[in-house]
Design a protein around this ligand. Sequence first.
Ligand code: AKG
Ligand code: FE2
Length: 389
Amino acid sequence: MQQTQVQEDRSSSTSGSLPNVADYGEVIAGLRDENARLRAELAHLRAYGEEPQPKATWEAEAHRGIVYADGHSRNSSLSAGRLLKQLAGLSKERMKAGRIRDSDALGYLPKPSADAAQLEADFVRWGYCLVEDAMSPQQVCAQVGRLVDQAEAERRLDSAIVTSAGGTAQLVNNLILKGAVFRDAVEFKESAAQRGPLVDQLLTKIMGEGFGLGCAHGSIVHTGGGLQELHIDQGGMPLPYPPFPFGSLIIWCYSDFSLAAGGTYVVPGSHRFAGGATRFHEGADLVGLVDGEPGLVAICAPPGTCIITDTRVLHCGGRRTAPGTRYAMRCHYNRHFMRALHEQASANLHVPDGVYELLSPRLKQMMSIAHNNHRPIGELRSDAAQPPP
Ligand SMILES: O=C(O)CCC(=O)C(=O)O
Ligand SMILES: [Fe+2]
């Protein structure tokens, strides 16, 4: 048999002997890997609503000018609201058609738990988790008692905030100003919420240390009330969204939550893709999410549960059809560098001196009022530098 000799290929630009060629299997496996990586990268970019733009040039962009201000561009701060329009009327339609299921009918959705790892896993996968027995029955009782008294006083004074037709829902705003029981729960004291420290620990993971308070209000929903439009709780933020939430709305359930009881409707898993990118982006098919699996469900939870939500998850208040009343406190928290962000976010604008003195350092920090009425700092210390009133 003739011996095969490795010869130099003179037409090749390679000087010296040719490199060893890896065998086909290896080459194909390498190409497959690269293909998978590029596909994942593309999916990630699409998830942000950002197709790669090969034609973008600095000249063209400079000519277009600043286009991300309100109402002037596809990714302006109006975009989130514009996207939500596709969901207008849908919560009512689905509710009337009986197409909303109780969350506990689907075994894989979050159930109340006190296990930190389970709660974290639920939050990541579904965009919410349920902290079991976060308040004891006595703690719930103390909160509801104060809420009912306050709500009645506001109705008597003709200053009640009615949020559903015919007085079937009432919102009691600014709970920080309306009772120590609420203030203590807002800052997660065990005396007001036995698993407050666990809630605090989870929120710190979600938003980082030093997170602030957007608002804390009481929600009272009677038969026939409570229904809202589907929304997300960071809709005021311009798109595109980063791969994390800006905040977290938590709901302390003071009474039973279920479909009939007016439990929060939610589209579990609508907050993100497994790869981390936010699902809510320009061009996203939000109706498809509502129609998908699991679709729109009503959260089921007993009194004392604390619902922790990702501000990117689609949800809304649900209509109560059962007799009786649903009581809850809703608190919206934000990353530390953001001002209050929620529809009732005027909460921190007025704090009477008498209440200010009662606030703990943490509450003042959460409300961004830690320095109110403090001694002037820096150049403002000099009286001469003060402008006339
Ligand atoms: O009360 C509820 O069930 C949900 C309320 C809600 O979505 C909100 O206040 O942003
Ligand atoms: Fe909400």
